[in-house]
Design a protein around this ligand. Structure first.
Ligand code: HEM
Length: 330
């Protein structure tokens, strides 16, 4: 049974937790199983693959922090020391065999290897906002879609469900509509969407968003030109590109101001917010996906805290559930 975000709220800027962690975790585990069941209904079960962003490929990368984020966070990967990273690019579909052209949003998930042997992840996509504000509205939309496709819900009833969420999904649907096929995985701008909290050495907390800006610029293809390319043209293109000149991305950190929402992934912040260039990520070479790779966006080190965004907090158990199923060969 899906509950709404209020049950999971904490105060992100003071750092106090409104609910016990145990209650939070238990609630989310059951909901995560239901969410992954629903994701599996979209295109069936593809054993061994992620239940979303199923098709993708990995590269070895290196992140060189600029040092500009260090006054705002003690996070070890945002100081001044070079950090090894793994990047996984993906299409957003639940079907690993879907042609690149047919899954409009692309993903870029970066796993940083921390000096203490741990990892932290930044997971981005090519649209700046998500379509659902809470786990329960995500489920309502997904269930409605699946039931309508299976002929179990009349279109009129489905329209009522979608109308209920139209306001919150509007920005995301418009952004998706505007997307054109990319020339390369390395010519997309990727948004990590959620708000995170940077914590400095004195314990001061600042809400931020992370964005990856391609040094090559943003370049797209017409649908006509992309349709003439192989289904997996993006992987082939990046492999070739890395042989000649390693592409790179700048990490931008955008600072929120008083009144900017921290708990709503369907909302953008005003475009004039202050931002810093926190470093550069260079893609070095393609690699086979390492065993057990999990890009959990809630795995944050000291110096970074999660915001009160209910979707962000829900992703931990959902990704773990997908991982459990795919690593068990299901
Ligand atoms: C209710 C919200 C969401 C649910 C239920 C969900 C579900 C999932 C699941 C089950 C996976 C596969 C995880 C794995 O097996 O490792 C996944 C992967 C992914 N998701 Fe989400 N997701 C949600 C929100 C988002 C948002 C807001 C973003 C945008 C930043 C996003 C971007 C991605 C990306 C890029 C991947 C691929 C990660 C990789 O390469 O390992 N998801 N998602």
């Amino acid at each position: 049974m899906f509950s709404d975000s209020e049950n999971h709220r904490s105060d992100p800027l003071s750092g106090s937790t409104a609910d016990s962690a145990d209650k939070h975790d238990q609630l989310y585990v059951t909901e995560a199983e239901e969410a992954v069941d629903e994701l599996e209904r979209v295109s069936g079960v593809h054993p061994g693959y992620r239940r979303a962003h199923a098709g993708g490929f990995c590269c070895r990368a290196s992140f060189l922090p600029s040092g500009k984020a260090a006054p705002f966070t003690t996070a070890p990967h945002l100081q001044d020391r070079e950090i090894k990273a793994i990047v996984r690019f993906s299409g957003s579909s639940t079907d690993p065999a879907l042609a690149d052209l047919l899954s409009p949003a692309k993903g870029m998930a970066v796993q940083f290897a921390l000096p203490d042997g741990g990892v932290t992840n930044m997971v981005g996509v090519t649209v700046p906002v998500f379509f659902a504000r809470t786990p329960s509205s995500f489920m309502d939309m997904l269930t409605t879609l699946n039931r309508t496709k299976a002929g179990k819900m009349p279109k009129s009833e489905a329209l009522i469900h979608f109308a209920r969420h139209f306001g919150e999904s509007r920005q995301s649907l418009l952004a998706l509509k505007r997307l054109k096929p990319p020339v390369s995985y390395a010519t997309n701008l990727y948004y990590c969407i959620h708000v995170y909290i940077l914590v400095d050495a004195e314990g001061r907390r600042r809400p931020v968003k992370f964005e990856w800006i391609p040094d090559l610029g943003v370049h797209t293809l017409s649908i006509h030109d992309a349709a003439a390319l192989p289904d997996d043209y993006l992987e082939k293109e990046l492999e070739l590109r890395m042989l000649s000149q390693p592409p790179s991305f700048k990490l931008n950190i955008v600072f929120g101001e008083e009144g900017d929402p921290t708990d709503d992934p369907t909302k953008r912040w005003p475009s004039d917010r202050a931002r810093i260039n926190a470093g550069r990520l260079v893609l070095l070479e393609p690699i086979a996906e390492p065993r057990g790779l999990l890009m959990d966006p809630t795995a944050v080190p000291e110096g970074i805290a999660l915001s009160d965004d209910p979707i962000l907090n829900f992703r931990r158990e959902t990704y773990a559930e997908s991982m459990k199923r795919r690593s068990g060969g299901h």
